[in-house]
Design a protein around this ligand. Sequence first.
Ligand code: ADP
Length: 312
Amino acid sequence: MTLPTTVVRGVESALEDHTGKTVRIDSATPVGGGCINPSAKVITDSGEGYFLKWNPTSPPEMFHAEVDGLKALKDPGVLKVPEVVDSAGSGTPEDPAWLLMEFIPPGRPDSHYGRRLGEGLAALHSSAAPPNDVHGDTPFFGWHRANFIGSLPQQNDKSEDWIRFWRDLRLEPQLKMARDRGHFTGPDGRTMEDLLSRLDEVMAGSEKGGPALLHGDLWSGNFYADSSGSPVLIDPAVYRGVGEVDLAMMELFGSFPRGFREGYSEKRKWAPEYDAFRRDLYQLYYLLVHVNLFGGSYVAGSMAAAERALAY
Ligand code: ADP
């Protein structure tokens, strides 16, 4: 495939800085599976492979935020995460934004894959808990910067109050966006308001175990097995929250890989409230995001999640 000229120039120059050698891109092969950006495996004239994605219309902050998130997930060293080479471009058709990273070839999950993913995710969630607070002494929910969930903005203002964080920075903004697009009017809207006004009561005690470092967008397309069968994490929307948020996203459109739950719960407490109703509260955020990204077919699922949480 042909890459945009400015991307080729930027990538070659970044690789020269990275490797200390003159680098030319020999070939680029499309990689499927992403939701937002065109992507490719590029091979250099010295035979090295890298993963490249680019976008001619989205703001470069999207990739800058992803770089920040990938580094944060890689830092604790508990799960495999691609190493970032560079990101640049202004996000216009003439100068698309791009992100270049290590290419980690996909393979087949081995028999320990699910358990290792569970143990690794639990370790990741525990890695940001106090006292390992790299951003200061006071534990907080949120992150040092805003980022994106899919292509939608995700605010991460620091807060010591998890329930307020979940209401004000997760559910409410997505609900407002959905309402601006004509969804959640009438009785549906009243149910959502009812849930938001009762969140203190419904979520009481939910902050235990936080703040944890979250992947933030852990659907099944954002983790895979490498060629040795071990789990790899990609494409995060990182912040500090409650680990159950990642679990809920993993379960939203599928089920945990075999052995995952055992691996996770060996390392971190698995609260019965998660299975009882908190999964619904956390999935509700992602369902509202889907309403805003993909339309009204996710409204019924959002209502069902809100009603289950309220009924508990
Ligand atoms: P998008 O930002 O468009 O959602 P992703 O980051 O999810 O794109 O990447 C799209 C696909 O490319 C993934 O589903 C995965 O199969 C593959 N992929 C992503 N990162 C890498 C990588 N570092 N090495 C190899 N393949 C990757």
